[in-house]
Design a protein around this ligand. Structure first.
Ligand code: SF4
Ligand code: SF4
Length: 176
C-alpha cells in the first residue's frame, strides 16, 4: 500500500505555526517561573522538585547499593555474576583472593573493592536478580548528583553505607 503524503501548505513549510507553538510553551514556563516562583511540573507536598523530592513506592528500582547482613557483615562474596551480567559494564569488582579477609568471619570471599559507576548504570536490576547472596538491591535513589564524574563512581564503603542492613530471613553465614 502506498501512503500518500499530505502536501504542506506554504505556512506549514515555513514552520511558523510549530515555532509559535514552541514559543508559547516556553513563555508560559517563563511567566510561571517569574510570577509564581516555580517551573513546570506537578507540585509535591510543600514544594517543587528538586528542592522537594518525590517519595517513591516500595519496590522502586533506583540506584543499586550493597547491603550488610543483620550482624553487619558484607553479604557479597565476589562471585562477579553481577559484573558479568551488567549490560553497560558499570560494575567493577576486586575479589579478595584465596585467603579472604579475616575480619568478615565466615564470609571468606567479601570483595576487596566493589565499584559501581552510576554514570553508566541504567537501573535495570539485573545485578539484583542474578545475585545468589541477596547482597545488592536497587533502592529508592533516582536522582544522583555530583560535581565531578569521579564522584559518581561509588566505592564499596559508599555502596554499603547507602545500602544499609538487609533483614534476612535465613542467616546463611551464622555459626552453628
Ligand atoms: S542496575 Fe543494571 S546497569 Fe546498574 S549496576 Fe545493576 S546490572 Fe548494571
Ligand atoms: S553482589 Fe552478588 S552477584 Fe555481585 S559479586 Fe557480590 S555476591 Fe556476586
Amino acid at each position: 500500500m502506498i501512503v500518500q503524503r499530505k502536501k504542506l501548505s506554504l505556512l506549514e513549510r515555513l514552520y511558523l505555526p510549530a515555532l509559535a507553538g514552541g514559543f508559547k510553551v516556553t513563555w508560559r514556563h517563563f511567566a510561571n517561573t517569574l510570577f509564581k516562583g516555580h517551573t513546570a511540573g506537578k507540585e509535591l507536598s510543600g514544594g517543587y522538585y528538586p528542592e522537594k523530592k518525590w517519595v517513591v513506592g516500595e519496590g522502586y528500582r533506583g540506584a543499586p547499593y550493597l547491603v550488610r547482613d543483620p550482624e553487619g557483615r558484607t553479604k557479597c562474596v565476589s562471585c562477579q555474576l553481577c559484573e558479568f551480567v551488567c549490560p553497560p559494564k558499570a560494575i567493577k569488582i576486586t575479589p579478595p583472593g584465596p585467603q579472604g579477609s579475616p575480619e568478615v568471619g565466615n564470609v571468606e570471599k567479601a570483595p576487596q573493592e566493589f565499584e559501581i559507576n552510576m554514570l553508566r548504570c541504567i537501573f535495570c536490576g539485573f545485578c539484583q536478580e542474578v545475585c545468589p547472596e541477596e547482597a545488592i538491591f536497587l533502592q529508592n535513589d533516582y536522582s544522583l548528583n555530583a560535581e565531578s564524574r569521579e564522584e559518581l563512581i561509588y566505592n564499596k564503603e559508599k555502596l554499603l553505607s547507602l545500602g544499609g542492613v538487609h533483614q534476612d530471613k535465613i542467616w546463611k553465614w551464622k555459626n552453628k
